[in-house]
Design a protein around this ligand. Structure first.
Ligand code: IFM
Length: 467
C-alpha cells in the first residue's frame, strides 16, 4: 500500500487563502418529491433506460436534505473555511418561471445560516446542471428565453441569501452541460445535435454575463464568477496532425469559453470549424458575456492528450489512473493555471473542484484511501507551485465532501473524502479527510495562528476515525 504523504506541504499558503470542500444539490440532497420541489432534467434523464450505469437516480442520494446539520458538522470538523454547494433551481422555483417555493428557500436559508454559525463561508452555485424540466419542455438552454429566466432565478436567490454568502457562481461547467448534455447526449437532457449544443453553450455564457450585471445592479456584495472544467490539451506526439488535433480540442474545450468571457470574442478557428453549427449571436451578446467578474473557478481532474489517429490510450502514460479512467497528472494543473494567467486578464482563481474516484474499502470503521490522499496532496502542491510562480490563486476545494451520485456513473464511483454507506446513510471520514484536516492544521500552525477553532472542536465522526 502507498503511504499517504505527510500533511505538511513544501508551500506556505497566504492567511486569506480559501480552503474548502464542494458538493452539488442533485448529487447529495435526495428528497426529490418533498416540500414542493419540482422536477429537474436529471430526474427525467435517470428514468431513461440505460442512461445511468447502475440504473440509480437522485431520489434519496445522500439524504442531505434531512441530514444537512450532521453534514455541516463534518465540514466544520475538517477545519476548512469554505463550503461550495449548489441550489436546486426546481426546489426553489419548481417550474423555473412561476411561483417561488418558500419551503425550498427555507432549506437553503437553514444551510447558509448553519454554515455561518460554524464559521464556514458559503460559496453558492446557482446552476450545477439540474434545470427545471418545465424549462426544458420549452427548449431549455438551447432556447434564448431561458436567459431571462436564469437572471430572475439569480436575483431571487440574491434577495434571499445575498447578504450572507461569500460568493455566487452562476454556472458549473458550461462545456459539460452543452456538449455532454446536447451533443453526445450522455448527460441530461440527452440531446445529440451539435448546433443545439453550441446554441446552449452561448445561452449559458450569455445568462452568466446578464446575471452578473443584474446582481451588481442590485448591489450584490458577494463575489461573482463562473466555474469552468478545463484541462491542458497536449498532442500525443510532436507530429503536425497531432498538434493540429490538440489545438482544435483546446479551442473547443478552453478557448470557446475563455475567449468570450475575457476577450469578448469567439475563437475564429473554432467558428470556422463549426460552420453552420456555430451559434446565433445577437448584437451586444459578447459584450454582456465579458462583463468583468470577481473570480474564475476551475475544476481540474486530469490532462487531455490528443492524437489525430484516434483515441489516445491513457494506460500508455505510466501514470496512475483513477476509477473514472482518468490519468493522475498534477503537473497539468500548474501548467493550466500558468497558461490562464499568461493568456487572459484573469481575476483571482479558485480550484473549485479537484479529487479522485478510487475503489474504497470500508473496514473496521476506516477507509485507508492512500490513493485519494496522494492525489489531493499532489494537486495542492501544484496549486502552491502556481502561486509561487505568480498566479493569483485564491482558493482550493476538494471534490467532494461525500461519496455521491456521480451522474451517468451512478453511485459506483466514489469521490468523497467522507464515505457514505447508502444502506444506512452512515458517514465515515476516510483517511483523506483526516489528512486534509492535518494539512490545514499544519498551515495554520505555520502561520502562527494554531489549529483552526473548528478543527479542534471537530465532531465525533472525525474524532472517531482518527485513532
Ligand atoms: O461529480 C462531478 C461534478 O458534479 C462536476 N465536476 C466533475 C465531478 C466528477 O465527475
Amino acid at each position: 500500500m502507498t503511504l499517504p504523504p505527510p500533511a505538511a506541504s513544501r508551500h506556505r499558503f497566504p492567511p486569506d487563502f480559501v480552503w474548502g470542500v464542494a458538493t452539488s444539490a442533485f448529487q447529495i440532497e435526495g428528497a426529490a418529491d418533498e416540500d414542493g420541489r419540482g422536477e429537474s432534467i436529471w430526474d427525467r434523464f435517470c428514468r431513461v433506460p440505460g442512461a445511468i450505469a447502475d440504473a440509480s437516480d437522485g431520489r434519496v442520494a445522500c439524504d442531505h436534505y434531512h441530514r444537512w446539520a450532521e453534514d455541516l458538522d463534518l465540514v466544520a470538523g475538517l477545519g476548512v473555511n469554505a463550503y461550495r454547494f449548489s441550489v436546486s433551481w426546481p426546489r426553489v422555483r419548481p417550474d423555473g418561471r412561476g411561483a417561488w417555493n418558500e419551503a425550498g428557500l427555507d432549506f437553503y436559508e437553514r444551510l447558509v445560516d448553519g454554515l455561518l454559525a460554524r464559521g464556514v463561508q458559503p460559496y453558492l452555485t446557482l446552476n450545477h446542471w439540474d434545470l427545471p424540466e418545465a424549462l426544458q419542455a420549452q427548449g431549455g438552454w438551447a432556447q434564448r428565453d431561458t436567459v431571462p429566466r436564469f437572471v430572475e432565478y439569480a436575483l431571487g436567490m440574491h434577495r434571499r441569501l445575498g447578504d450572507r454568502v461569500a460568493a455566487i457562481t452562476t454556472h458549473n461547467e458550461p462545456w459539460v452541460m452543452a456538449v455532454l448534455g446536447h451533443e453526445t447526449g450522455i448527460f441530461a437532457p440527452g440531446i445529440r445535435h451539435r448546433a443545439t449544443a453550441m446554441q446552449a453553450a452561448h445561452h449559458l455564457l450569455l445568462s452568466h454575463g446578464r446575471a452578473v450585471q443584474a446582481l451588481r445592479a442590485e448591489g450584490c456584495r458577494a463575489k461573482l464568477g463562473i466555474v469552468l472544467n478545463l484541462s491542458p490539451v497536449q498532442p500525443a506526439t510532436d507530429s503536425e496532425p497531432d498538434r493540429a488535433a490538440a489545438r482544435l480540442e483546446d479551442g473547443k474545450l478552453l478557448r470557446w469559453y475563455m475567449d468570450p468571457l475575457f476577450k469578448a470574442q469567439y475563437p475564429l478557428d473554432i467558428l470556422h470549424h463549426l460552420g453552420a453549427d456555430a451559434p446565433r449571436v445577437a448584437a451586444g451578446d459578447l459584450a454582456d458575456i465579458a462583463t468583468p467578474m470577481d473570480f474564475l473557478g476551475l475544476n481540474y481532474y486530469s490532462r487531455s492528450v490528443v492524437s489525430a489517429a484516434g483515441p489516445w490510450d491513457v494506460h500508455t502514460s505510466g501514470n496512475p489512473i483513477t476509477d473514472m479512467g482518468w490519468e493522475v497528472y498534477p503537473q497539468g494543473l500548474t501548467e493550466l493555471l500558468l497558461r490562464l494567467h499568461r493568456d487572459y486578464p484573469v481575476p483571482p482563481l479558485f480550484v473549485t473542484e479537484n479529487g479522485g474516484a478510487f475503489k474504497d474499502l470500508l473496514q473496521d470503521g476506516r477507509v485507508h484511501d492512500a490513493d485519494r490522499t496522494a492525489y489531493i496532496a499532489a494537486h495542492i502542491d501544484a496549486v502552491g507551485e502556481a502561486l509561487r510562480q505568480g498566479v493569483p490563486m485564491a482558493g482550493y476545494m476538494v471534490w467532494s465532501l461525500l461519496d455521491n451520485f456521480e451522474w451517468a456513473s451512478g453511485y459506483a464511483k466514489r469521490f468523497g473524502i467522507v464515505h457514505v454507506d447508502y444502506a444506512t446513510q452512515r458517514r465515515t471520514p476516510k483517511d483523506s479527510a483526516l489528512w486534509y484536516r492535518a494539512f490545514l492544521q499544519d498551515q495554520a500552525a505555520r502561520r502562527g495562528d494554531g489549529p483552526g477553532q473548528a478543527a479542534l472542536a471537530g465532531p465525533a465522526g472525525l474524532a472517531d476515525a482518527r485513532a
